[in-house]
Design a protein around this ligand. Structure first.
Ligand code: ACO
Length: 703
């Protein structure tokens, strides 16, 4: 039902243009002209209060005067008049309002925009925009926009938050040889958003790949949900990756999170392939729209020249698909299609003598071989061979083994004939690029897609042995005291309620009690000041480690109290924490923030200088399963330290991944209350020996 309404936005069968005009140079003129030029087959109803005929169509003073049904109304009148016509559209039963008009939330008129959305909701209409270029669809012969013309026909769909960029990509699709069936300008996203686009396009038979230019998502969780369940590849270029709120953040996590990092993680979690820049968006879109995913890591490169082979080898390593020598039987088979001085290792160099037949036979043999997961076919134009013939040989080979079994990307380096051959290849469904490294990156994208689809499919199974109610009781007590900062013990008790292994930590309110607790826990111990007013305990001289024996406990108790009073005379001192002294192990840090786009978000990194100086951390939108959190451990540059580098014993990565997963559940469950939190340090012992949270901090949202 919901999709039927969105049909009116993305694939309308009848269109009214409100603000249609006979005056050249007006957007209302261009939209009608574009519908004519694109050979739109459905009825077009220009709406204009003055003219009875517009560009050959009968015009109507109001949409309510139109006799037939209307799927989409393209709105090209000044913003202030839009609510009134939206109401009339609702009364008329229009499904989609495509609001080209600018002058809404993008310039501060938020209420005007909300008014239009509210009216639309009353009538069950969907709103695209406002502040858009429009919708272009090759399969519908529909250019309901003021972009110059329909894009190069193809199988991709583009959604763009920038109208200008959409127009640029529309025209560039011809020079870049990237075909699109649909281009949708999404504008201010007052209603229809990227998640809606994914849901609709995933059901659309005319597209095979969804490509996005994103500046900012409003509902990150909905985007992740839609992308995760999509059956088609999604590729996204995220623009504007500067850090937000970093300076104001009270925790490590807040200061380390830039929106770019969290978007990167969210894309990976959702199975979305990232694009590094606009060129990369085009190139990767071409590959993902034409080729199947690359399921394994074995990339074979076939060339007629050493140079392009070396460039491809370098690119393969950069892209995370380093080349390996082909197995002996594959080499032997390939050797038949080259002179004795050729090389069948990988890259396979058939030498400059390679013509159509050698290419065809080698490609066919390689694609049929089990070892090969993806194939880059490179060619340098020579006077001995005709590029178009080589292209035909490649296509014939792919067809012989069955198109869409394994991905192939091609690069012809040469002049006009190579360009013609590559255009022919793309029309035949084979991605072709000017540079060998771009062809390799295209295959890397197909591999990234296959890999991220595997991890994004893993479901989070909540832990059942958690005590959310206990955590909420602790929070309620803190709230009752009008605080947002929790003490170490309160924070640790929350962690404990989620089954997180925290160091045995108790509160002493007298010297006597401190001695008693220390003796129960066992020496040596750590003693720390507990005061909601002293967050940085070490700076206040409020921490003593390795305290061994009764006399030492008494001395430490007095010194810590004196230091704290000197540091902040008016501090509310609740006592002194007595804590077991965990033996040294690899230090890591866990943290959480409430990201404005994605909600509760988890951070992981190695502790100490790794986090302070190198900022070697990784993020995930919570929750994450233990399987997904193992991937987090692998993400950081210091990953080998946990795996046991330079003779060190491997660390307990399994226990750590469970801790991350439980922690992620904690921050989701308590997401309405907790603003940020961290566990720092967390000590990770050798394999099988577990993990211990030494210090923890929870900061609540402002009431
Ligand atoms: N119903 C029907 N027609 C109406 C109504 C109405 N209620 N009110 C006015 N009209 C007619 C007008 O009479 C006029 O027709 P005419 O040419 O026969 O006189 C026509 O609608 C257009 O109205 P104008 O007042 O002339 O408005 P104009 O065309 O100057 O501007 C527009 C309207 C294009 C919507 C403008 O306000 C605007 O928002 N421009 C920016 C759009 C834009 O750039 N969007 C994309 C952003 S992305 C990017 O930057 C590429």
């Amino acid at each position: 039902m919901k999709h039927d309404v969105l049909d009116g936005v993305f694939s309308p069968k009848s269109i009214a243009v409100i603000g249609a005009s006979n005056t050249k140079g007006k957007i209302g003129y261009t939209v009608v002209d574009n519908l004519i030029q694109s050979n739109y087959q459905g009825p077009v109803y220009p709406i204009n209060p003055k003219d009875a005929e517009i560009q050959g169509f009968k015009a109507y003073p109001s949409i309510l005067d139109v006799p037939g049904e209307i799927d989409a109304a393209v709105v090209v009148i000044p913003a202030k008049f839009v609510p009134q016509v939206a109401k009339e559209c609702g009364e008329k039963g229009v499904k989609g309002l495509l609001v080209i008009a600018s002058g809404f939330s993008e310039v501060g008129y938020i209420d005007l925009e909300l008014q239009v959305v509210e009216i639309a909701q009353q009538y069950g209409m969907r709103v695209l925009g406002p502040n858009i270029v429009g919708v272009l669809s090759n399969s519908d012969n529909c250019n309901a926009s003021f972009a110059p013309g329909l894009p190069l026909p193809g199988k991709a769909a583009l959604g763009s938050q920038s109208g200008a960029l959409l127009i640029a990509m529309d025209t560039a699709s011809y020079t870049r040889r990237v075909g699109f069936d649909k281009m949708v300008s999404i504008g201010n996203m007052s209603d229809v958003n990227f998640g809606d686009m994914i849901d609709w396009l995933d059901q659309d038979k005319n597209t095979t790949c969804i490509s996005f230019y994103i500046e900012g998502l409003q509902d990150g969780q909905n985007f992740i949900r839609a992308a995760r369940s999509a059956q088609k590849p999604i590729i996204a270029l995220k623009a504007g990756t500067s850090a937000h709120g970093a300076a104001a953040a009270a925790s490590h996590t807040g200061s380390l999170a830039g929106s770019g990092k969290i978007y990167t993680s969210a894309f990976e979690q959702a199975g979305v392939v990232p694009a590094a820049d606009l060129n990369n968006l085009f190139d990767r879109t071409q590959a993902l729209s034409l080729q199947p995913p690359m399921k394994g890591k074995n990339l074979l490169v076939i060339t007629n020249g050493g140079g392009v082979g070396v460039l491809a080898t370098d690119a393969a390593e950069r892209s995370g698909l380093p080349l390996h020598f082909a197995p002996a039987d594959l080499q032997a088979g390939l050797k038949k299609h080259m002179p004795s001085f050729g090389s069948a290792k990988n890259p396979v160099d058939m030498t400059g003598m390679a013509g159509k037949e050698w290419y065809q036979d080698s490609v066919q043999f390689a694609l049929a071989h089990d070892w090969v997961d993806g194939l880059a076919v490179l060619y340098c134009e020579t006077a001995m061979t005709a590029p178009l013939e080589i292209a035909k040989g490649i296509k014939a080979a792919i067809e012989a083994v069955g198109a869409h079994q394994k991905p192939v990307a091609v690069s012809f380096v040469g002049g006009k004939d190579s360009q013609t051959a590559m255009r022919w290849l793309v029309e035949a469904g084979i991605p072709a690029y000017d540079a060998p490294d771009t062809a390799v990156d295209a295959l890397a994208a197909l591999h990234e897609y296959a890999e991220s689809k595997k991890t994004s499919a893993a479901k989070f199974e909540p832990f059942v042995d958690v005590h959310e109610a206990t955590a909420r009781e602790i929070i309620a007590q803190v709230r009752a005291e009008g605080r947002t900062g929790m003490t170490e013990i309160e924070s640790k008790n929350i962690f404990k309620a989620y089954g997180l292994p925290v160091a045995d930590t108790r509160l002493a309110t007298s010297e006597e009690e401190a001695v008693q607790l220390a003796e129960n826990i066992g020496y040596p111990i750590v003693m720390k000041i507990m005061s909601p007013d002293i967050l940085h305990k070490s700076d206040a001289g409020g921490v003593k480690v390795n305290v061994n024996g009764e006399t030492a406990v008494r001395e430490a108790y007095r010194t810590i109290l004196a230091n704290a009073k000197e540091y902040k005379a008016e501090a509310d001192i609740r006592g002194i924490v007595v804590q077991e002294m965990a033996p040294w192990a690899t230090e890591v840090i866990l943290g959480s923030i409430n990201d404005p786009t994605f909600g509760p978000t988890l951070m992981f990194g190695l502790g100490g200088i790794f986090v302070e100086i190198l900022k070697d951390v990784t993020f995930r939108v919570a929750p994450v399963s233990p399987e997904q959190s193992i991937k987090m451990l692998d993400d950081i540059k210091g990953a080998p330290i946990l795996k046991g580098a330079r003779g060190e014993e491997p660390r307990d990565r399994v226990a750590l991944s469970e801790v991350l997963s439980r922690y992620s559940q904690m921050i989701v469950d308590l997401g309405d209350e907790v603003n940020e939190s961290d566990a720092n340090p967390v000590l990770v012992y050798a394999e099988g020996e577990g993990v211990i949270v030494v210090d923890a901090r929870v900061i609540l949202k402002e009431a």
